[in-house]
Design a protein around this ligand. Structure first.
Ligand SMILES: C[S@@+](CC[C@H](N)C(=O)[O-])C[C@H]1O[C@@H](n2cnc3c(N)ncnc32)[C@H](O)[C@@H]1O
Length: 213
């Protein structure tokens, strides 16, 4: 639909950082999401792993990943976000992260198979989530881990959806069961699910699982 922005358009990294660091509601949502993502990634990440992060944005999770594994490859659709991330990694003297352009549902230009894939806040914007999940699973070695988020079909999720609509972004909302089923259908055996946000229904469903086969 022409009124909505393309996935790679209109991202403003400075505004994004300001909202999630300085605006109290943004910072509170971010703190809860970060706690859930760290809790699900920490048990499966390993020092010798090569991890793929899809949709790293400004790098909220990238630097954290880089301190916990051998190599991180990141893929993002937005040139503005990629430029910001490269500069941030240089400032932080992080040398084990590779930054590439790419867009779900793919195909993505990747080298080989990864030990784990992290995708936080990116499936939100993809029209064909099942195709995007198939691309994500195809990038994983058998038994490799995936931690992904999807927006919750809750009151908080609907408020988020309205805010995104005003910003000309279309997002999908999911129940926990729908989100889990989609991952399972794509070939991920889901072993843990958390819901993060300011309310009981939360705004973000965080799912962890392992590639089957
Ligand atoms: C909401 S931000 C999340 C960034 C980061 N993961 C975080 O949690 O702070 C979404 C990111 O996904 C990227 N993105 C959106 N749609 C995408 C797509 N179809 N393929 C790849 N990246 C996409 C955007 O450019 C942006 O950097």
């Amino acid at each position: 639909m022409p009124w909505y922005q393309a996935n790679d358009a209109g991202w403003n990294p400075q505004w994004y950082e300001w909202y999630f660091r300085r605006v109290p509601v943004g910072a509170a949502i971010r703190a809860r999401e970060t706690a859930a993502v760290h809790a699900l990634v920490a048990p499966v990440i390993g020092a010798e792993q090569h991890v793929l992060e899809i949709g790293p944005g400004t790098g909220q999770y990238t630097i954290w990943l880089a301190t916990r594994c051998r190599q991180v490859t990141t893929v993002d659709a937005s040139p503005e976000m990629l430029r910001y991330l490269v500069a941030r990694l240089q400032r932080a003297s992080v040398t084990n992260v590779e930054v590439r352009p790419g867009r779900l549902p793919g195909p993505l230009e990747l080298d080989g198979l990864y030990d784990g894939v992290l995708a936080v806040g990116v499936l939100n914007y993809v029209d064909d989530v099942d195709a995007a999940l198939r691309t994500l699973v195809a990038a994983l070695r058998p038994g490799g881990w995936a931690v992904v988020t999807m927006p919750s079909r809750s009151l908080e999720g609907r408020i988020y959806q309205l805010a995104e609509t005003l910003g000309r972004r279309r997002i999908g909302l999911y129940t926990v069961d729908e989100a889990r089923d989609r991952l399972q259908r794509a070939g991920i055996a889901v072993h843990r699910v958390e819901v993060a946000g300011l309310s009981r229904g939360g705004v973000t469903i965080v799912l962890a699982g392992l590639r089957v086969g």
